[in-house]
Write a protein that binds this ligand. Structure first.
Ligand code: ADP
Ligand code: ASP
Ligand code: MG
Length: 412
């Protein structure tokens, strides 16, 4: 029988009533003849609570125990979803990651899926089971420890299962009815897209649009998974939501497809480091070894052999960056005057494959920000995106102004 993957995010399983509503949708697909793999998130707010408990107990926590704790939210919803389906007389059982097993790397809190053997679940389908409810976001390392895939990781679990089981489609049910030109919670003028290309979705996701985890888009692109984002609160239909697909499948599109933002950015400046060959390698190796994900980098002009090095990283990694640099200073490996952290910044980006063939997008973006009196602190660009770091208090204003200026409320 054809396999369908249906993923329900945190708000879609936030209460027993919502789990029931989600289970009814699963029942509809089972009645059509699909064997369904349901991927569930933890109830909304649960993972944040668990992360909070870990941080309170141990600020520089052992990531293996972090994973043991934060993976637990999904176990609860998987069991409850299986029970709800059984109550509806749909043959279902729950699977935790290690039971499948979802094999991952040992990179705790940010593990990557390496393999999903399909035999166990296929055998259960063959024996008459119609729904496998799998706890999202989790797996098991080669050492046999529980791992998690990074925040938002259930999306990736869903796409990885769709690829492994050659599912007809991977439906991501969430609290918005598709992918928008920007987060509809920030811009009331945001417009729902019927289709978006893998490339643009990948950039939007990696630049902060949390509607899909970046890695899930990467996998969908690589394995040609038919990926759809839709609401678990609206009427069910085959055309609902947004299809993430190949660029060739989209007839018309705007030069800029969307605006993304990320609130949790910090701008770090190492003041007065020696400007000599190898210094960047030392700094960024040290940061990488400490588990700091550096995003933007700017090296200022040097004066008398000393320079300032600016980089950005997620706000929750500032402590790690601080500790790593302080250690390097004590060791004598990196000599610098001070490390200044500005934690009140945000990143705003415009994304669009049209930028490959249209010039002037960057100029327009900078003019729009300038007209709003917003100062740009750092700029980075790639073929299909431009990102700026600005004061966080202007983030919403910047998103709305850019959305207006690039006329994203209007279809191409
Ligand atoms: P889930 O719990 O279902 O995984 P998430 O909260 O992770 O849901 O993702 C859905 C949220 O993503 C929406 O509520 C919305 O606020 C946010 N979002 C950010 N950017 C976009 C966008 N471009 N289109 C749609 N939603 C977006
Ligand atoms: N529950 C996890 C999180 O909140 C994974 C997910 O929902 O995708 O990040
Ligand atoms: Mg999510």
């Amino acid at each position: 029988m054809p396999v369908l993957v249906m993923k329900f995010g945190g708000t879609s399983v936030a209460t027993l009533d919502r789990i029931k509503r989600a289970a009814k949708r699963v029942g509809v697909e089972v009645a059509k003849g699909y064997d369904v793999i349901v991927i569930v998130s933890a109830m909304s707010g649960k993972t944040n609570e668990l992360v909070g408990w870990v941080n309170e107990t141990s600020p520089m926590f052992d990531a293996r125990e972090y994973d043991a704790v934060v993976s637990s939210g999904e176990n609860v919803t998987a069991g409850l979803m299986a029970l709800t389906l059984q109550e509806m007389s749909v043959p279902a059982r729950s699977w935790q990651g290690w039971q499948v097993p979802v094999q991952t790397t040992s990179a705790h809190a940010a593990a990557r899926i390496e393999g999903i053997p399909s035999d166990n679940i296929m055998a259960s389908f063959a024996a008459g089971m119609r729904v496998a409810v799998v706890a999202g976001f989790q797996g098991v390392s080669p050492e046999g420890r529980i791992t998690t895939l990074g925040r938002g990781g259930s999306d990736t679990t869903a796409v990885a299962f769709a690829a492994a089981f050659e599912a007809e489609r991977c439906d991501i049910y969430t609290d918005v009815d598709g992918v928008y030109t920007t987060d509809p919670r920030v811009s009331p003028k945001a417009r729902k897209l019927d289709k978006i290309s893998f490339e643009e979705m990948l950039e939007l996701a990696s630049l902060g649009a949390k509607v899909l985890q970046t890695r899930s888009v990467e996998l969908a692109m690589r394995y040609k998974v038919k990926l759809r984002v839709l609401s678990s609160f609206e009427e069910q239909s085959d055309e609902a939501g947004t299809l993430v697909c190949d660029e060739e499948e989209i007839m018309e599109s705007n030069v800029v497809a969307g605006v993304a933002f990320s609130r949790d950015e910090a701008k770090m400046t190492l003041v007065s480091v020696a400007d000599r060959p190898g210094i960047a390698a030392l700094i960024f190796t040290g940061l990488s070894d400490a588990g700091v994900n550096v995003d933007m980098i700017v090296q200022n002009i040097s004066e008398e052999g000393r320079t300032d090095m600016t980089f950005s990283c997620p706000t929750d990694q500032v402590k790690r960056a601080d500790a790593a640099m302080a250690q390097a200073k004590t060791d004598g490996t990196i000599n610098f005057a001070e490390l200044i952290a500005d934690v009140d910044v945000a990143k705003v980006s415009v994304v669009g494959i049209g930028m490959r063939s249209h010039t002037g997008v960057a100029a327009k973006m900078f003019q729009v920000l300038s007209a709003e009196g917003i100062n740009i602190k750092v700029i980075t660009t790639s073929e299909i995106k431009i990102s700026v770091l600005i004061d966080r208090k202007y983030m919403e204003l910047a998103v709305q102004a850019l959305h207006d200026a690039f006329e994203l409320d209007k279809a191409a």
